[in-house]
Design a binder for this molecule. Sequence first.
Ligand SMILES: [Zn+2]
Length: 420
Amino acid sequence: MPEGSRRLIRAGRLVDVLAGEVLEDRLVVVEGDRIAAVERDTGAARGPEVVDLSGAIVLPGLIDCHAHLVGEVETGHGYAHLVQRTGAQEALAGVRNAREMLLAGFTTVRDVGTFRAFVDVALRDAIEAGDVLGPRMRCAGAYVTSPGGGGDITGLAPDVAEALPRELRFGVVRSPEEVRAVVREILHRGADLIKVIATGAVLTEGTEPGAPELTEAEIRAAVEEAANHGAHVAAHAHGAEGILRAIRAGVRSIEHGSLIDEAGIELLAQTGTYLVADVWNGDWIEEQGRRLGWSAEVLRKNAETTEAQREGFACALKAGVRIAFGTDSGVFPHRLAARQFAVMARLGMGPMEVIRSATSVAAELLGWGDRVGAVAPGRYADLIAVEGDPLADVDALTEVAFVMKGGEVVKDLAGAAGAR
Ligand SMILES: [Zn+2]
């Protein structure tokens, strides 16, 4: 949308996530890419700049705090096959994924890692330049991981793995000193945050989710070095010990948190560390994995973490832990990310709380509380509309009818994509 242009959005109902209430008949005034004002709609506004959403519910654009936009959607056969893909192929798959994610209503994502280092950064920049249609991105650049750990490419002969191009193993570290050096380099190359792989992973063959893979000193080195550059650390951590180490080391968020124990929940609540738990995709892996013949190891680890994670989530919710919405989109097709909302509601979150986790709370986690996460003056004009009522059933968010990003309509009520 050109600088200085103006749009008036007529919202039949508007979800004010900051106040936690639904307002009727509001007029959202958009100037350029920002929201200028939210006023009572007197019905007087007329003209081509009016966007009529009077029959819909308007919400802030959604935020997925745990997305992977780069590369093919998960195949369930380990990561060794990545040596058959070029960086260009990974990037172009990312273009498709970014578009899908945006049209599903996600106007911002925190992209928590790619095996092909810095392709996410290039995608972010292409989106910002207006060359590619996609959400605003905050990027991790690469995985900081132990050799053979959850963020490494496993399943190759050790000598072959050693000979891989550096961008396929950019963040492999063996000591706190190496962590400091690689964190500096990742941020220097344009990443916004650091992702550490504190434990084994469900989808990385040869690693166990319960097993710690980085020392507390290594994670702390990442936190300190990131802080020097104003960046935060997201810790992939399934097992209880790895979770404790990461929280004590000062990470901003625990990703997955599947096998969290009471001590971990207590420490999350006490420190205000965010929990980003991908509580839906276990069902997807179970269903697709069985159908498509994913490896027995992956299916076993998925079974061992799915229900345990949901129990931990429910306990964390009761304990007052800050929970931000994150799905691990990329494990499944990005257009399905909103399916997680219903699982969170089932686990005890009220509808407004669910919506806040993917808007205002997510924005705080990203450090972007001043620019996204609410339909409020000064923030980007990132908003969506749904025809169902998400306050009655959060599953209504799986059918997003309208998407505006930065004042530009990218999906209209008839469901067609914008004029790109
Ligand atoms: Zn992930």
